[in-house]
Structure formats: C-alpha cells, structure tokens
Ligand binder design. Structure first.
Ligand code: ZN
Length: 150
C-alpha cells in the first residue's frame, strides 16, 4: 500500500471512530434524513445558514464506516462555505467517488475528501459515500423529503 493510500485510510478510520459535528442541531434551519437501504446507512443532516453561507452543519445517525466518515469529513469541509462552493464540491466529490478524476494533482486539491477516491473500486460503497452529500444537498435545495439512494 502506498503512503498516500495509507493516509487516506487513516482519515476514514479516524472520522469513523471520532466523527466530527456528530450531534443534533437544535436551532437548525434545515434537517433532512437520508437512507441507504442497500447498506442500512441512516443519517439526519442539520444545517444552519447565515445568508448563503453554511454556518453550522451537523449530523446524527448510524451506518457503515464509509458513510459515517463521509458525513463527518463533509461536515468539516462544508462549514463556512457558500452555496456556490458547496455545489461545486458536491459535483467534484461525485466525480471523485465514481473514479472520474484521474490526475493526482486534482485529487490532492480536494484535501481530506480525496480519502474517498479509492471508493470508486467498490461500486456498492459509492452509495454509502454519497448518501450524506445527497442528504445535505436536499436540505439546501429545501426539499424536506427523506433521501434514499435507491
Ligand atoms: Zn454503507
């Protein structure tokens, strides 16, 4: 295993074990549930906005290591971002986990999100990784229905 792969695995293990922003947000502007029936991942994402900036983002729920780490890393990355930045990160993350970003420079630019690049080799796991993102996106788009990856 390369050093970079080991580092990426470390990020996922760490965020699974000690998920960041793992709490209910009582005064959230939006909260949306997401469910991945294939794996049993089930999360609620909470968002608090200040204008078009995400001022707080938290989540609760349970699921596999990939989904929990993805939700945790997402929460650390998106806090303080504008909706335009969030949209672009959402798209980049999708390209990444589908294996559509090939060059190392572009991957490294994604910072901690790059840890999920290896997921593209495991199609079933892609749904686990993108579930928190779809849930967050639905909240931002003000669709308050539960998200399912099916
Ligand atoms: Zn899962």
């Amino acid at each position: 295993m390369s050093d970079l792969k080991a580092l990426y695995q470390e990020v996922i293990l760490d965020h699974n074990k000690n998920p960041r922003n793992f709490k209910k947000l009582e005064d959230a502007d939006y909260s949306v549930e997401g469910y991945n029936p294939l794996c049993g991942d089930h999360y609620t994402v909470y968002l608090k906005m200040k204008g078009d900036v995400i001022s707080e983002i938290t989540f609760i729920g349970s699921g596999c290591a990939i989904s929990k780490a993805s939700a945790s890393v997402m929460s650390t990355v998106l806090k303080g971002k504008t909706l335009t930045e969030v949209e672009s990160l959402f798209n980049e993350f999708h390209h990444l986990v589908r294996g559509e970003i090939k060059d190392d420079v572009s991957i490294e630019k994604l910072g901690k999100l790059a840890a999920f690049g290896g997921i593209s080799e495991f199609p079933v796991r892609v749904k686990c990784a993108i579930l928190p993102w779809h849930t967050m996106k639905n909240a931002i788009d003000k669709k308050n229905e539960t998200v399912s990856t099916e």
